[in-house]
Design a protein around this ligand. Structure first.
Ligand SMILES: O=C(O)CCC(=O)C(=O)O
Ligand SMILES: [Fe+2]
Length: 303
């Protein structure tokens, strides 16, 4: 808590909210300062409706909880939380979201200076069910733990866009964020739930946060409301992503994607030119996008 400059009273920090007209640079300034920011009503309502209706049947038929058999993952994933991955294969609205000029612009602006190119790491609808306790607080960059040794400095390796598919409230499990945690090294008190504040937002709004920012899914204290949000994470182009998109997305569908989507989902080479490094992720020294396109020339019935 910080003393207010005007009243001297302690002020609880919160996640700031910007309007949908916010410029990419302003969104990134807020992430740099606080670690997280909400951009209100960013997703077009028609895109949100398509996303919601394409994914609703998946949420209905997928059992809650983790099927990994690993107690640590089961705790992390939540026993009454439904997680649906491979969203690019399940809704064409996903493309509108991941290529949105603000969403992708924020990721590019943070990641390209560090790695020359951006890719998508995971695409996961997270539906937190009634009665689910809060997820333990964590930093998403811990998936690549080598970088935690460099905290709080070190490069930005991952940035997350959490798209509110339903309203996200303190009551139904809005993501909880520890403001300014991206500027601090790991200490036990940093992960204390008392430091976390709810990132409340209406459906269609997007919470952006750095991979260094401490956060976690909130407790759902309702009796009948599901909190749904799409966890869309971007990653430096040369790191291994969380999801193996090349297995999740049928190749005829991938072949018809726009070039930028192919690059984001690992259906194209890593070639950060004019930045140094690359070319990586090749097939016989060839760009996989070209191999894929020549293998699937026929019109695609799925798109
Ligand atoms: O569901 C949420 O609000 C956050 C989930 C999360 O942080 C994660 O699964 O990494
Ligand atoms: Fe997380």
């Amino acid at each position: 808590m910080a003393p207010s400059p005007t009243t001297g009273a302690t002020v609880r920090p919160c996640v700031p909210t910007l309007p949908s007209t916010a410029r990419v640079a302003d969104v990134n300034t807020a992430i740099d300062e606080v670690g997280a920011v909400i951009v209100a009503d960013l997703v077009d309502p028609a895109v949100l409706d398509r996303l919601r209706s394409d994914l609703a049947p998946w949420v209905e038929r997928t059992p809650a909880g983790s099927r990994s058999g690993d107690p640590e993952w089961e705790l992390f994933h939540g026993r009454n939380t439904v997680r649906i991955n491979g969203i690019a294969a399940k809704s064409t609205a996903f493309l509108d979201v991941c290529l949105d000029e603000t969403v992708l612009g924020v990721a590019d602006r943070r990641l390209i200076p560090e790695g020359g190119s951006t890719q998508i790491s995971d695409t996961q609808l997270i539906a937190i069910g009634p009665g689910e306790p809060a997820q333990y607080l964590h930093r998403d960059q811990t998936g690549w733990p080598w970088f935690n040794g460099l905290l709080p400095d070190g490069p930005e390796i991952t940035v997350i866009a959490m798209v509110a598919v339903t309203d996200c409230s303190d009551e139904n499990g809005a993501t909880r964020v520890v403001p300014y945690s991206h500027l601090r090294p790991d200490t036990d008190d940093l992960f204390d739930p008392a430091n976390a504040v709810p990132a409340e937002m209406s459906a269609g709004s997007v919470l952006f946060f750095s991979g260094k920012t401490v956060h976690g899914g909130g407790a759902n204290r309702t009796v009948d409301e599901w909190r749904c949000a799409l966890h869309l994470s971007y990653l430096l182009g040369w790191l291994r992503p969380e999801e193996a998109h090349a297995f999740a997305l049928p190749h005829p569908v991938a072949a018809a994607l726009p070039r930028r989507a192919k690059e984001l989902l690992g259906f194209a080479e890593y070639n950060p030119a004019p930045h140094g490094g690359g070319r990586l992720w090749l097939v016989d020294f060839e760009d996989p996008a070209r191999v894929l396109e020549s293998a699937h020339r026929e019109p695609n019935p799925h798109l």
